[in-house]
Structures are given as structure tokens and as C-alpha cells.
Design a binder for this molecule. Sequence first.
Ligand code: PLP
Length: 408
Amino acid sequence: MTIQGFNVAAWDLAKAHKPEHFVLDRVVRPNILSLKPYRCARDDYQEGVLLDANENALGPSLGEQRINSFLDLHRYPDPGLFGTRAAVTALRHLPDPAYTFLGVGSDEVIDLLQRCFARPGKEKILICPPTYGMYSVCAAVNDLDIVQIPLLTQEGKFALDTPAVLAALEADPSIRLVFICSPGNPTGTLISLEDVRAVLDCAAFEGLVVVDEAYIDFALAEQTQGKKHGNEPISAIELVPEYENLVVSQTLSKSFGLAGIRMGLAFSQPRVIQVMNNTKAPYSISTPTAFYASQALSESGLSMMRTNVDTLVANRNALLQALATIPALGAVLGANDANFVLVPVLDAPHGKPDSQRAAQVYKNMAEHSGVVVRDRSKELGCAGCLRISVGTAEENEQCIALLRAQLA
Ligand SMILES: Cc1ncc(COP(=O)(O)O)c(C=O)c1O
């Protein structure tokens, strides 16, 4: 069956068709495959006297300030979205905007993938804990069961247990989506592209592999500076032109510092992206969001993002050094490839990770001193751990001073 709105003539589908075992039509839920996407007059005509969409002809009611009135906020967003889709595609070196989906945060991308590609009450997702919590929340909303294959957590290293993932996929054909977080949250650790490829090539697995790269720019910055990761590619974006069963999600919330605008990105081959676009709500990206995103993707926006990422990486390294001087903290876990660190709080007599003490430190810091970190001590392989986002140099110093005092 053809996907609604997909221009078959524009794409050489034979070229796109790797791996051999992947048949997209078999993975898309039948109701999604057959749905007719919402269409409006604005898809065809964007200019003139616009009396087609029941907008308010008198303009936005924004009080005295009329902030951003130049954005025509009384109109539905322009489908062109200030060229944001094209700019993101160019940034990630993909051939065409048809490879790029814009979502309301990558949280929407996670939910939409589950809605499009897994049947409620029948099919499953696979996750590798410790990992980002929204994969499970969305699975609960979408009535999907979860298969968990824990990361290998020995010695604070977090690696994909590839043989166990492959075995699970071979044993259970109802798994439709595999979520791999790289760099992981809360692990801060990249998953190698060799491991990602092994899952993509798994002939028994009919579904899609989703690589969540919310934090990838922090790892890419260190690679560009020649400080880490060697010369091999680390972003799964590299594999998108090759594999149709791959979706890479990213976001403007982290490296770009735009968590407030809610813009997530998904990269995949055009047929998968078309399915996602057919399913999402029309006009889901607001005009202010698209405007700020276009500013962020301008030359000066990108240059600022890179400078800020470099500063955060330097701040993170200073934070790591300072944490190492507090005796009641253990060695940080993971590879520190993102903008946070994961550090175990130890018990006084034995020097073992102490989750109760971590919870108490977390509470005291927040309630008595107004510094909020995250208690991750109950996550698999993270006993006693606090996750600390890298702040400004001053914020980090404040956090270190408090931790030192709490753990004295
Ligand atoms: C791994 C991971 N993926 C996705 C997200 C959600 O990002 P967004 O703000 O784009 O919804 C987060 C947010 O913390 C995250 O840690």
C-alpha cells in the first residue's frame, strides 16, 4: 500500500531499501497507513485575503505590549516554518528536508513513534535501563508492553548488551520499537554505532530502531576538538541514508538552550517521515517556536550554540574535578558525554553507595539551600547516585560547596 502524500516518483525506493528484511508497510499500524491526512486551504494558498481558517481578522489580543506582533500571531503557522526544516536538515548533512520531522519536543517524537508503529494492547517496545523515563510513560499511554534489557553496568560503564537485545528480538516478534539513548540519560554514555548497526541488521526484528540523541552535540563538540571519541562517527545520523528502519531523534532543548520553545527533531528516510507527518496534529509547531528555531539555526545562532556547548563541557570538567575532592562521593559513573554527571553518595563507614543518604542530601540541598539536583539512586546500576546538570561556573561552585557541607 502507498503512504498517503508520499511522492513515490521523487525517491529511488530501491536504494532506500536496506536492510532487506525491513518492510515498512508491515510495521505501520494499518489505520495509520490508510489515514487521509488533514488538509486545509493554506496547503495550497498562503497569501491574499485569508478568509479560509476562521482566524481572528482583528489580530492578536496581546495588551499594550503587542510583543511579537510581527509574527502574525492571529494566523495559523505558515507550513514553511521559516525554513526551519531545511535548516535542520542542512545542519545534520542529510540530503533533503523530507528526511526531517519537527515535533513538539522530542517527547512528541517518542510518543508519535509509538502511536504510528506499535499496536496498542498487542505489541511492545524494548528499552535498556537505566534510561530516559518517557519511553515507559508513553508506552503506558499507548498501552504497549515493555521488554527491558538492562545496559551492562559493571564498573560504572554503561554498554548495550547487544547479544541479549538480539536474543530478545529473536524470541519476541511483537517488539516493534527499540529505544537506544546515546548519550544516555542518566548514563551520559555513548552507545557505539557498531552496536546500533547490529540491532538494525537483526533479521528477526521487523520494527524500527530509535536512537535518542538529545545530548549528541556535547559529544560531537569534544570529538571536533580532538579530545574524545577518535575519528569514527558517533552520531547515528550517519546511518540514516543507509537504513530505512532507523529513526534518530534530537532536540533544541539541550545544546541550543531552547527547552522553553519545545522543538524536537526526528531524522529518518522519507517514507517513515511521511507517516509521522500524516499522523501529527496540523500546525503543531507554533509560530513563535518556529521563529526562535530559525534564529537558533542561523549562522550566529549556531556559533553561539557551539560556544555555549564548549563552555558547558569546560564547566563539566571543572565540576568533575571538584567532585573528585569530596571524600564521601564515589567515582562518577558513565563516560560524561553530556551536560550532566552521575555521582554516587557513599555511606560513612564502608564507602559503599548509599541510596538513603543520597535521597537525604537531595532533599536537604533543595529544601534548605534551593539547589535542586536529581536523585537517581533507584535507577538500575545507579545505587546512591545523584545526577547533577552542569550549570554556570558560579552555580557549580555553589553546588560543590553545598555537597561538601552536607557530606562533611
Ligand atoms: C534522553 C532524552 N530524550 C528526550 C528528552 C526530551 O527532550 P525534549 O525537551 O526535546 O522533549 C530528554 C529530556 O530530558 C532526554 O533526556
